[in-house]
Ligand binder design. Sequence first.
Ligand SMILES: NC(=O)c1ccc[n+]([C@@H]2O[C@H](COP(=O)([O-])OP(=O)(O)OC[C@H]3O[C@@H](n4cnc5c(N)ncnc54)[C@H](OP(=O)(O)O)[C@@H]3O)[C@@H](O)[C@H]2O)c1
Length: 300
Amino acid sequence: MTSNALSAEPTPVTVLGLGAMGRALAAAFLAGGHPTTVWNRTPGRADALVAAGATLAATAAEAVVASPVTVVCLMDHRSVSDVLTPLADRLAGRTVINLTTVSPADARATAAWADEHGIAHLSGAIMTVPVLVGGPQSMLLYSGPQALFTAHLGLLERLGSATHLGTDPGTAPLYDVGLLTAMYTMFGGFLHGAALVGTAGVSAKEFTELAVPWLNAMTLGMPAMADFLDSGDYRTDVQSLDFNEAAVAHLVHTSREAGIGADVLLPVLELIRRQISEGHGTESVTRLVEGIKDPRTSVR
Ligand SMILES: NC(=O)c1ccc[n+]([C@@H]2O[C@H](COP(=O)([O-])OP(=O)(O)OC[C@H]3O[C@@H](n4cnc5c(N)ncnc54)[C@H](OP(=O)(O)O)[C@@H]3O)[C@@H](O)[C@H]2O)c1
């Protein structure tokens, strides 16, 4: 899905939106030698970039005609629509790569709009923070036409690893939400664990020294869990839902005994109990995905 191909001549690029992330993207393009034009709705955000060699455009219209490729990094779908809609004629025959966080449906709507106006379009999702953009841990995901992705790979790899996830423009935003969901719920668990051991006077720093290697080791079990999910066969000889019900109930009990809440744990316990009540107590804990997929059973 990835390649290291770099184009010989750095492609000129325009960046629309100079928030924390847009500035980082523009700085990475400049560092890679790409002639970079920048624009932001509110003035005064481009000084450091201009000092580093960027060209500041007075208007978004002026910015997009300066380059064959425009990278968009605004707040949300509405701001993308507000900025791009009046520029359709100027963008015709050019490429738009939208790295703004949007929903899959919104990404498809922007792609359809672009198609209608003869604009090449890639959806993207930035799976990193501004300070890491351009570095070895920076990961970006893309979806849209394969040929367009390949043609601009040299440019995209200035920002970090570039992974193409298929032609549906909604796929990169969907992965974004999937990965962020995994991250937020993991962080919720980490915070709960820190609060729990904190009741015994353990600092969060001390807890983290064990939590990081522990969580890293636990992620090694994910490929085996994926096998259950992909097969839909949840039969197992080890650590059934019944076993996990007792384990998570113990976590809830101990948290309450320590005088803290159990808000992070209770939805997991609820999912486990629902599967058991439906007769699946001897099956794998990965069967929880069936409850997650069923919108009728959502508590909120
Ligand atoms: N920061 C991160 O760690 C991170 C990580 C991954 C993805 N992202 C995504 O990257 C995008 C930008 O994030 P950010 O951190 O750069 O946010 P930010 O610092 O708040 O910047 C938001 C940008 O959007 C512009 N904007 C908002 N509404 C606009 C409108 N109606 N018309 C024109 N411009 C408008 C702002 O312009 P003004 O200066 O004029 O307000 C600013 O340039 C978001 O979609 C975010 O989810 C961010």
